[in-house]
Write a protein that binds this ligand. Structure first.
Ligand SMILES: NC(=O)c1ccc[n+]([C@@H]2O[C@H](COP(=O)([O-])OP(=O)(O)OC[C@H]3O[C@@H](n4cnc5c(N)ncnc54)[C@H](OP(=O)(O)O)[C@@H]3O)[C@@H](O)[C@H]2O)c1
Length: 301
């Protein structure tokens, strides 16, 4: 058993608890360049649409632990939004408490139709997240994009947001999104892509690659639904050849091995899920042929 295999199996999901993560494992997390600047970020980020909890310690403790593990793996993109109930405030509190702002690529969203309410909402996100700058400000579900896009560009010029982006998770918005991506200079597009939902790979992801726009993948697990589809199955031996030790890794590696993908942001409210998902970024990705095999396997379930 080589050192990496030993480190990763020693990490084995259940045993992780309070164990310190070996810096060797964390240093093996793959990174990819943001196309517009070349800045590198880890390919696993953190989705937080389930971080909108109350102030009780009972509700916040598992999130604090997940963030600690996230940092132990090297940190990276955290994606939140005003729409996720108290998620921005919870993250602002926990990131400050843990002193981890520098370890995080902080991405939030705006979802207002008028310029004035968009500006007010973005200022409020600064406050809730306790951060004078966002790494990424995204237009949520295309909402109000015509008015918010110039605002995002203005915030980027003034240094309040380092990157700009736009998001969707609905195929009904793909046609409009395609027109926006073709015409406007954005740093990122965030979209849904998974073994179950591959439509975004047909036109949007190749277009993003052509235009030098980074792709953030949301819902690689279909919101968790895909685990039910594979629950009674064993991970096939051929998937172990590219390092899959769990279904989450199988699903994430499929999404992340699309040539246009920059980062995937699985929702994770449990530390053991953070460990499982980051481990997917420490072994090789499936080849084009292995990806087709994953698709055939999934389609036959
Ligand atoms: N339009 C938009 O802008 C948009 C739309 C949708 C989502 N998003 C963003 O994308 C993120 C991801 O989407 P999502 O959270 O809805 O769906 P998802 O990432 O496909 O699935 C999240 C679910 O998978 C579970 N999970 C995570 N890792 C696991 C593992 N290793 N093993 C077993 N279960 C695991 C999570 O459980 P635990 O929570 O228990 O860890 C959670 O129930 C969101 O959090 C949000 O930041 C953006």
């Amino acid at each position: 058993m080589d050192r990496r295999t030993f480190t990763l199996s020693a990490l084995g999901a259940a045993a992780l608890g309070s164990m310190r993560l070996s810096s060797a494992a964390a240093s093996e997390v793959a990174k990819r360049a943001i196309p517009s600047t070349g800045e590198e970020i880890p390919i696993i980020g953190l989705g937080t649409n389930r971080y909108g909890v109350d102030e009780s310690d009972e509700a916040r403790a598992p999130l604090r632990e997940s963030l600690q593990r996230f940092r132990a793996w090297g940190g990276g993109m955290i994606d939140t939004a005003p729409m996720y109930r108290t998620s921005e405030s919870v993250l602002g509190d926990l990131i400050a408490e843990l002193g981890m702002r520098k370890d995080v690529f902080l991405a939030t969203k705006v979802d207002k139709n008028s310029a004035e309410s968009a500006r007010t909402q973005m200022l409020s996100s600064h406050e809730k997240l306790k951060s004078g700058t966002f790494d990424l400000m995204q237009i949520h579900n295309l909402r109000g994009w015509q008015t918010s896009l110039p605002l995002l560009e203005e915030w980027k010029r003034s240094g309040r947001a380092r990157y700009t982006g736009i998001t969707t998770s609905r195929s009904s918005q793909y046609a409009e999104l395609e027109k926006i991506l073709a015409k406007h200079d954005l740093d990122f597009v965030q979209l849904n892509y998974s073994l179950e939902q591959r439509e975004s790979a047909e036109r949007l992801m190749p277009l993003a690659a052509d235009r030098g726009i980074g792709v953030i993948i949301n819902r690689a697990f279909g919101g968790g639904r895909l685990f039910r589809a594979v629950a009674s199955k064993q991970i096939p031996d051929w998937a172990k050849e590219f390092g899959c030790e769990s279904w989450a890794q199988f699903l994430l590696k499929y999404a992340l091995s699309h040539p246009a993908a920059t980062v995937a942001i699985p929702g994770m409210t449990k530390a053991r899920h953070v460990d499982d998902n980051f481990a997917a970024a420490t072994t090789r990705m499936p080849s084009a042929e292995e990806r087709r095999r994953q698709e055939r396997f999934f389609d036959e379930l």
